[in-house]
Design a protein. Structure first.
Length: 110
């Protein structure tokens, strides 16, 4: 089983959420809107390359579009191994969080 950093998990969940429209700008925008966390494109590329090398995401270069002056976008999708990894991470989190809400007085708040 592969272990994910929180950043890896956030990127992969965002790619899933964007379903077919996951490229640099949309990923950064979605994460910012949901978390307030600002990502830089340079840092994003490094993280995405690492996830790609681990076999957790796939990428493909789209055809150029006229409105972007002929520049091509790199789109990302989650691989089957990436999906299985996210499911395992969620199971681990659920187990680790059992009984914690009442200790933090968070019942029903998350």
């Amino acid at each position: 089983m592969k272990i994910l950093t929180r950043s890896d998990e956030m990127l992969m969940l965002t790619i899933l959420r964007l379903r077919g429209n996951a490229y640099g700008v949309t990923i950064i925008r979605d994460i910012y809107e949901r978390t307030g966390k600002e990502l830089k494109l340079g840092g994003l590329w490094v993280s995405m390359d690492n996830l790609y090398k681990k076999g957790l995401i796939d990428k493909h270069l789209a055809d150029p579009t006229p409105e972007r002056g002929g520049k091509r976008k790199m789109y990302y999708t989650i691989t089957q191994e990436g999906r299985e990894t996210l499911v395992n991470v969620r199971k681990i989190q659920d187990v680790l969080w059992q009984g914690i809400s009442e200790k933090l007085d968070l019942e029903g708040e998350y």
